[in-house]
Design a protein around this ligand. Structure first.
Ligand code: BGC
Length: 755
């Protein structure tokens, strides 16, 4: 099929054929039209492996799929803070898709981790839109470089599983634009994703599948998207309305009733055939692209991919605590691994992303040949204490030099389709950890799970290593990390609160009767905890290493910029310890004073740097307008308020090591209509207003510098501040009342300001 001749092809298609191309042939394929040599192509889940079903299809991971490699899930991957990790994954997945003749992989998931309870958090990257966007972009670009389309999902504001097919995410414009859309925007503009999957849920009452503002105004017109939009599986409500809103492909297919509705709507004139032609064009372009980039000779080395899975997982694990350098373990130490997860690790989540692996490797298997014994400790299918297992574990712990307890969230606690009930891990695991720690002072915990957990025993143990859900070879990665063959370098892509009630969405998660009020607005994750100056268990961006790093020589290439300039930021990072390591260096921007509510600081750059002991490297971050802007609803666009900003370099969001100032001048004026009720402070918001103020102040100063000095003395301390505040908040009309100008002069002033 020739991409350049798609319009000719469309002219040869009947109305029925065109409508048929807008839904799938079955669960996973598009439709074929043999007489015009339009082939069917296949799409599969994603995102962290290939779930190809050759038999009966389903979207819940119930029926069997081919055996493939399961890589670390998004929750783990984001903690790598490493675009290279994503690139390696995207390339491997792209090759697997080529080998299996799959044109599109359904991923990555770019939704924000609004609450730690979302059942699908393991499939999402972060609570931070910039980090999620950057990780997504690297994945998309490398997957698509192999000729396979990515499909970013679930567009948009799909942040929970409760009422997942019927709920409405209610939020204001700024929140949607600043928090819930930017990762998708990056995927489109920077990543060039070929496909977008619309979410099941509604946004402010309009289902994503028929939301024109989202699918056309934002996606195509603002962001310049030229790929196609597919429904989440079964998300279509009104097919014709969806088509008009910008929805191209309905999945799964095979029933065809909604195709008939399209045909009928064109025939009775309620649907313009041009709308249908546009959707068909998008579909045919996708099929043609795949044909053009097909590499049928691609072969897969499953053993190598399993090693890759372990290598990636080792870059993702986060060392949360390591008192007395209890880790790394030494070969000669006598160690006991306790907990069923050591033998049968939890390495992926349940649902549509579920990968059928041949053999998952747990830490116990990976530790063969080392001085390690094992006790089961708990039954993963139960929350009840098992006295026999507990006794056995405590006895084993007494005899060992160090204990590693493998704990975390079982499958039943965290899955697609339902949200978690609690931040806690099962009671029997908590009890086991406390009992073991009471008899062995060198207790180490390895945590499995897709999001933050409550750790009531944190003070009782020496070390905690979170491996999230790290893919089929997580055991190999874990053993390498525990024994120091690999130095942990992951950092948290989400804040771990002390308790669930601390989370900003707590009062509004998961909503009532399907209505979810995003009342916390832009303050999700660290944006909230920092603003409230709250204690957290572990902050965003936090993670330890077996070595140490020093940060120095922060340098900005300019002291002042316009918001249209690029600011180049450099700093040096040195490995000051005795082992090689990687550091995820984070750049945050902080606005000094703002007329709107803003987070204390926001992530605007990150780099992962690899350093030998004693080695130092310079890293560079470019900052553009978006690094300083907030979304201003008055202009429905990003806006930089002129003033001083701080560029901060940190080892975490709460460990800022370097800071420098830059003066940024915004180049866009906000539209203002001045009235007598506008304040003197409002004058500062426009160039004309500022000019008038400057003249007025200069005049005042000439006439009354002596009088002002006298009155300041009379009024005492704080008077200057009071006068300033009263001036700034004074309505322009009051300038007449206080005799500073006449009514006529005020009218002239308003005319001048508004002209
Ligand atoms: C999920 C999607 C998935 C699709 C196909 C849906 O239920 O929400 O993420 O890609 O099924 O399995």
């Amino acid at each position: 099929m020739d991409k350049k001749k798609i319009s000719e092809l469309i002219a040869q298609l009947s109305l029925e054929e065109k409508a048929s191309l807008c839904s799938g042939h079955d669960f996973w394929h598009t439709k074929e039209i043999e007489r015009l040599e339009i082939p069917a192509v296949m799409m599969c889940d994603g995102p962290h492996g290939l779930r190809k079903q050759v038999g009966e299809g389903d979207h819940l991971g119930i029926n069997v799929s081919i055996e493939t490699t399961c890589y670390p899930t998004a929750a783990a991957l984001a903690a790598s803070f490493d675009r290279k990790v994503m690139e390696k994954l995207g390339t491997a997945l792209g090759r697997e898709c080529q080998a299996e003749n799959v044109a599109m992989l359904l991923g990555p998931g770019l939704n924000m981790k609004r609450s730690p309870l979302c059942g699908r958090n393991f499939e999402y990257f972060s609570e931070d839109p910039y980090l999620a966007g950057e990780m997504g972009v690297a994945y998309i670009q490398s997957l698509q470089a192999e000729g396979i389309s990515a499909c970013v999902k679930h567009f948009a504001a799909n942040n929970q599983e409760t009422a997942r097919m019927s709920g409405s995410s209610q939020m204001d414009e700024r929140t949607l634009q600043e928090i819930y859309l930017p990762a998708f925007e990056a995927a489109v503009k920077k990543g060039g994703t070929r496909s977008v999957m619309c979410a099941y849920n509604a946004i402010n009452g309009i289902f994503a599948a028929e939301n024109k503002e989202l699918l056309t105004d934002t996606l195509r017109e603002r962001w310049g998207y030229d790929g196609f939009v597919v429904t989440d599986w079964g998300a279509v409500k009104d097919r014709v309305k969806g088509l008009v809103a910008g929805l191209d492909l309905e999945m799964p297919g095979g029933i065809g009733v909604q195709d008939d509705q399209i045909v009928a709507a064109v025939k009775d004139g309620t649907l313009d055939e041009a709308v249908l032609n546009k959707a068909v064009t998008h579909m045919l372009e996708f099929v043609a692209d795949y044909q053009e980039q097909r590499k049928p000779e691609t072969s897969i080395d499953r053993a190598a991919n399993s090693i890759l899975s372990a290598d990636l997982a080792a870059q993702c694990a986060v060392l949360l605590k390591n008192t007395d350098n209890t880790l790394p373990l030494k070969e000669e130490e006598n160690i006991v691994f306790i907990g069923e997860f050591a033998q049968r690790p939890r390495y992926q989540g349940a649902g549509s992303s579920h990968i059928n692996v041949t053999h998952a490797i747990g830490a116990l298997e990976a530790a063969v040949g080392k001085n390690v014994t094992y006790a089961q400790g708990y039954d993963v299918h139960s929350e009840e204490n098992d006295a026999g297992l507990l006794d056995e574990a405590v006895n084993a712990a007494k005899k060992a030099e160090k204990v590693v307890v493998f704990a975390g969230l079982p499958d039943s606690f965290e899955t697609e389709g339902c949200d978690r009930d609690t931040l806690a891990i099962p009671d029997n695991q908590n009890n086991l950890i406390s009992a073991v720690a009471a008899v062995n002072p060198n207790t180490i915990i390895v945590l499995h799970g897709g999001a933050a957990m409550e750790l009531p025993w944190l003070d009782e143990v020496k070390s905690v290593l979170c491996v999230y859900l790290g893919g089929e070879n997580i055991g190999t990665a874990t053993v390498k990390l525990l024994y120091g063959e690999t130095n942990p370098s992951g950092k948290l892509a989400e804040t771990w609160p002390i308790k669930l009630a601390d989370n900003p969405s707590y009062l509004n998660f998961p909503g009532e009767n399907g209505i979810v009020d995003y009342a916390e607005g832009i303050f999700i994750g660290y944006r909230y905890y920092d603003k409230k100056q709250m204690e957290v268990l572990f902050p965003f961006g936090y993670g330890l290493s077996y070595t140490s790093f020093s940060y120095s020589d922060l340098h900005l290439d300019k002291e002042a910029i316009q918001d249209t300039d690029i600011l180049m930021v450099n700093c040096k990072i040195k490995n000051t310890g005795s082992v090689a390591g990687r550091e995820a260096v984070q750049l945050y921007v902080r606005d000094e004073i703002s007329s709107v509510r803003r987070p204390v600081r926001e992530l605007k750059g990150f780099e992962k740097v690899e350093l030998e002991p004693g080695e130092e490297k310079t890293i560079t971050f470019p900052l553009d307008k978006r690094s300083f802007a907030y979304y201003e609803t008055a202009i429905h666009d990003w806006f930089v308020e002129s003033g001083k900003f701080f560029v901060e370099i940190g080892a975490s969001s709460r460990d800022i090591r370097l800071s420098a100032e830059v003066e940024v001048t915004g180049t866009i004026e906000l539209p203002m209509h001045y009235t007598k009720q506008s304040t003197v402070g409002d004058l500062m918001k426009t160039a004309k207003g500022r000019k008038f103020m400057e003249n007025m102040m200069a005049k005042r100063q000439r006439h009354s510098s002596e009088a002002a000095a006298d009155s300041a003395q009379n009024m005492g301390e704080g008077s200057e501040k009071m006068v300033q505040k009263m001036m700034i908040e004074m309505p322009l009309g009051a300038l007449v009342t206080y005799g500073s100008m006449t009514f006529e002069q005020l009218d002239d002033l308003l005319k001048m300001l508004n002209s």
